[in-house]
Ligand binder design. Structure first.
Ligand code: ADP
Length: 442
């Protein structure tokens, strides 16, 4: 009951109740005049009318007051959530007037909200050294190092910004603010500070790199020793032992090299050297380099060439060959005896891309595993059964290389029937990312 009274007192004090409080003395005054000057029956009628009016006004005002109180509470709750979020939130209208700048945005960008709220953030202001980070986030075209993680023009837009001074790694998600009628009101940016995250990943990568470097030298010698021994005249049992050693050392050396590649890729220093290459002769060279393995595995390789004699693309031939030969090697490794591999290069109709596909007649990939193929260390169970030594890093490395070239990579497969791996490379120079990104493709 006391709760009810408390609430009643609270509502009575709200501004929406003003009309009721103005009405009350007026009604009392008119009643006093009535009592003094009118016959009793009229006084009774007037009391009835005022009472009914009073109740209507009171009920309506109370309802309005309750509604407004709820809206205010909700708004405050929202504001408090937005202001206390760990990620920075910036909302601005179409004229780049900043409407919301929460506490995390203040902390991450080292700017107090008072300096920017309600200010029109023009491109000129964005160039101001004091607002440099905020300026680059609001106008990504001004940013020195930005990597888009979503398709251009699509919302929400996701982009990674790297700043040197101050050292910051930010993932910024931008979305439109649209009213219920579909009218664009402005934009909201969510800023996720990944600086610490990236630092930890970097130190992990550095550790792997140092360890891999230490292991590589003795492993290369070991591999070389086994290779020299294999060329000697040996008894059958000696040959078997040496081959086992060669296989083991080769496998570990491949793992170490893959780990080194991964750590360099993730630190954004795989060191790409782009040049114009003819994709057709490039593919022919790679296919020639895997011929010995194909012959040994009794697999036939076919090349479906496009009509054009040459297709020029802007690529790093050494890095692209890692990705391309990994796909062909996999198509041979995970094939069946007397199986086939078909490599096809084609220009995509109406698109600025060349598509390369590698089709095999092999063991296929279980449907639930297809989406996991390009993640680190993933190996499907059916593949593990036939080839025990594998790193599960080849496709992860390939994906990073293709993405760095501005292309996409994906696979289609039917279990026990075969697989097709596709990748694209752009023919339009503008579609090749300008820089190598750190910790590219999570
Ligand atoms: P690895 O071959 O060393 O295991 P990859 O990253 O190249 O590493 O391949 C990851 C996994 O993807 C393989 O272990 C296998 O399960 C699957 N895979 C890749 N290519 C094929 C293919 N052509 N046919 C069937 N499975 C494949």
């Amino acid at each position: 009951m006391s709760n009810f009274f408390k609430k009643a007192v609270l509502y009575m004090q709200l501004p929406e109740m003003r009309l009721f409080w103005y009405f009350l003395p007026l009604a009392i005054l008119i009643l006093i005049i009535d009592i003094l000057y009118l016959p009793k029956s009229w006084v009774l009628i007037n009391v009835g009318i005022f009472f009914t009016l009073g109740i209507i006004i009171l009920v309506n005002n109370l309802r309005l007051a309750r509604l407004n109180l709820e809206i205010k509470l909700e708004r405050n709750e929202m504001r408090s959530i937005v202001y206390n979020l760990f990620d920075g939130i910036i909302a601005y209208d179409q004229d780049f007037r900043i409407l919301i700048f929460n506490r995390a945005a203040e902390r991450i960008l080292n700017i107090s909200a008072d300096r920017v709220i309600n200010q029109n953030f023009t491109p000129e202001k964005a160039k101001d050294i004091n607002f440099s980070v905020l300026g680059q986030i609001l106008y990504p075209s001004l940013a020195a190092l930005v990597v888009r993680r979503s398709e251009q023009g699509m919302f929400p837009q996701i982009a990674d910004f790297t700043f040197k001074q101050p050292e910051l790694n930010l993932r910024v998600t931008t979305d439109k603010i649209i009213d219920p009628n579909g009218q664009l009101l402005g934009f909201v940016k969510i800023i996720h500070d990944r600086t610490r995250e990236i630092e930890i990943l970097k130190s992990k990568s550095e550790f792997i790199e140092v360890a891999a470097h230490q292991l590589r030298t003795p492993l290369t010698s070991l591999n070389w020793i086994f290779e020299s021994l294999a060329r000697e005249t040996l008894t059958d049992s000696q040959k078997e032992l040496i081959n086992m050693g060669l296989l083991g050392a080769g496998g570990v050396l491949k793992t170490v090299n893959d780990l080194l590649d991964v750590s360099q890729i993730e630190e954004g220093r795989f060191g790409y050297k782009f040049e114009n290459i003819n994709l057709i002769s490039f593919a022919e060279e790679i296919m020639a380099s895997v011929m010995a393995l194909a012959k040994e595995s009794k697999i036939k390789i076919y090349f479906k060439k496009p009509e054009e004699a040459s297709i020029m693309v802007f690529a790093d031939p050494q890095k692209l060959s890692i990705a391309f030969s990994n796909l062909i090697t996999n198509a041979i490794k995970y094939n069946i005896e007397n199986g086939e591999v078909v490599v096809e290069i084609q220009k995509l109709e109406g698109q600025p891309y060349i598509q390369i596909s590698v089709k095999d007649t092999g063991i296929g990939i279980p449907p639930e595993d297809v989406k996991k193929l390009f993640t680190k260390f993933f190996r499907a169970d059916n593949a593990k059964k036939i080839i025990t030594g594998g790193t599960g890093l080849g496709l992860y490395i390939s994906k990073n290389i293709i993405k760095r070239h501005g292309g996409e990579i994906w696979a289609e497969s039917q279990l026990n029937r075969g697989s097709v791996f596709y990748f694209t490379v752009p023919i339009d120079l503008k579609l090749v990312p300008p820089t190598e990104a750190a910790f590219g493709e999570e």
